[in-house]
Write a protein that binds this ligand. Structure first.
Ligand code: BES
Ligand code: MN
Ligand code: ZN
Length: 502
């Protein structure tokens, strides 16, 4: 799908534009929204708005053909709600409807003359991103491993945004950023959806290397020997039952000043989580191929910020392996020593995410990070707590952590990829007591997502840190089974905000 700008001036109003479909916004089902004033006196449009054929509802549509006085082959009227200041939700609904309708037309191109500047609390860049994201999502198919590809709609594939001269540079940048983000989201979906026998730790490492080649990023992949030398006993304990070699990926986008402390993103990369000896039940176990979605979101975010050439130093760390049962697998009750020196009693081998992350979080110390954010499909309990709408956001609650949490929450809101804050408190740490080691890897049933975060917290004392539990948001089950690409929009927006502040 191709997105571009059409710059209009007084001599070439929207009415004179050659296009398969001119899309304009309507308020209350009766009144043209801003961006489409040139159509105001057109008798056919006036009659259509008077007819009552278009409801006031956001996303309602009315398609007109061969409108006299308009060069476009079709005019698509789209309801934007009833308020002069269009609500964010109304615009998003209208955008989804526009993309859906354009896919059904005989036309191949469209020109959008929409009220991009009239959205309450949001700007045109936000609106453009909503449309680009919806457009790209509509043509994505998880068919990489099908011999016959799933059909995509044959309708409109070229979308132009009408802009005046002053708007043109702003809109251009917004399109470029939105396309870069969509490319990142798509990479994350693609990696998530790949079967676990294809998307192995080695495959993720090769993907990182290719990304680094394509975008001139730094990359380093550590293998088992190097991880042993680093004393990553906790991470390595998870790989014991697997025939696939573990990989530890470090990827670097150094777009900021040399002396600027980097933002470090750490992504859980369990390419298949069988549970290990604490084997998971069989039904739905295939979905544990998605247990590397934290890692995939880090790679997707790098894909996005690299294309944007973001002026910020960002380092990605991905501990990746399989969690499998075998004669050599870690057993419940085994005690392992983490890179930080803390001993861990592995009471449940299915609580493996925290075991790989803790060593990666210790490794992150060497970068003197500005902040560290880890992203993980960490707990089923997070789905119980928050469902599939919000990712769980966990931080300590002092001032620097409140600031980081608020940045992440705001980035989630802006990008429609929301998170909800959850607690980290000493009281929960009690649940991780072990009689035989410094800490146990599970804290029992109550507040399972919180005790998992509390486990990680022990390894993050040296910097400001946030944890995103994406167990409920990284993929969908059922008929629409597939990776969502979340939280790449949240992370990318967060980093854009950081780059602006730097
Ligand atoms: N990867 C899972 C968490 C998960 C489960 C994500 C289902 C999405 C859907 C994680 O490794 C895990 O198995 N966690 C256990 C922890 C428990 C043993 C303390 C869980 O959530 O059951
Ligand atoms: Mn598990
Ligand atoms: Zn897992």
């Amino acid at each position: 799908m191709d997105f571009s700008i059409k710059t209009l001036d007084g001599k070439t109003p929207v009415t004179a534009q050659k296009t398969g479909c001119l899309v304009v916004g309507v308020l209350d089902g009766k009144k043209l929204a801003s961006g489409a004033q040139a159509l105001a006196g057109n008798p056919a449009i006036v009659a259509a708005l008077k007819s009552g054929d278009l409801s006031g509802k956001p996303g309602s549509t009315l398609l007109l053909r061969d409108v006299a006085g308009v060069t476009a082959q079709r005019v698509l009227l789209v309801g934007m709600g009833s308020d002069e200041a269009i609500l964010e939700k109304s615009f998003s609904t209208a955008a989804a409807s526009i993309i859906r309708t354009l896919a059904t037309l005989g036309a191949t191109d469209a020109l959008l003359a929409l009220p991009l500047q009239a959205i309450k609390d949001r700007d045109a860049a936000w609106a453009i991103n909503v449309l680009v994201a919806a457009g790209r999502d509509s043509i994505y198919r998880p068919d990489a491993l099908k011999s016959k590809k799933d059909p995509v709609p044959t309708g409109v594939s070229k979308i132009a945004f009408a802009a005046d001269k002053a708007e043109t540079p702003v809109f251009k940048l917004a399109i470029a950023q939105s396309v870069a983000l969509a490319n990142g989201v798509e990479l994350t979906k693609e990696l998530g959806n790949l079967a676990a026998n294809v998307c192995t730790p080695t495959y993720l490492a090769n993907t990182a290397k290719k990304l680094a080649r394509d975008f001139k990023l730094g990359v380093e992949v550590l293998d088992r020997k190097q991880l042993e030398a680093l004393k990553m006993g906790s991470f390595l304990s998870v790989t014991n039952g697997s025939d696939q070699p573990p990989k530890f990926i470090v990827i670097k986008h150094l777009g900021g000043k040399i002396k600027d402390a980097p933002v470090v993103l750490v992504g859980k990369g369990i390419t298949f989580d069988s549970g290990g000896i604490s084997l998971k039940p069989g039904s739905g176990m295939d979905e544990m191929k998605y247990d590397m979605c934290g890692a995939a979101s880090v790679l997707g975010t790098f894909r996005a910020i690299a294309e944007m050439q973001l002026k910020l130093n960002v380092i990605g760390i991905i501990p990746t392996c399989e969690n499998m049962p075998s004669g050599s697998a870690t057993k419940p009750g085994d005690i392992v020593t983490s890179m930080a020196g803390l001993t861990i009693e592995v009471l449940n081998t299915d609580a493996e995410g925290r075991l790989v992350l803790c060593d990666a979080l210790t490794y992150a110390e060497r970068f003197n990070p500005a902040v560290v954010v880890d992203i993980a499909t960490l707990t089923g309990a997070c789905i119980v707590a928050l469902g599939h709408h919000n990712s769980g956001l966990f931080t300590r609650s002092d001032a620097p952590h409140d600031k980081l949490a608020n940045e992440l929450l705001a980035a989630g809101k802006t990008s429609g990829d929301t998170a909800w804050r959850m607690p980290i408190e000493d009281a929960y740490q009690e649940q991780l007591k072990s009689n035989f080691a410094d800490i146990a890897n599970i804290g029992g049933q109550p507040a399972g997502s919180v005790t998992a975060a509390c486990f990680l917290e022990r390894f993050t004392k040296k910097y400001t840190w946030a944890h995103l539990d994406i167990a409920g948001t990284a993929w969908k089950s059922g008929a629409a089974k597939g990776a969502t690409g979340r939280p790449v929009p949240l992370l990318t927006n967060f980093l854009i905000g950081r780059a602006k502040a730097a």
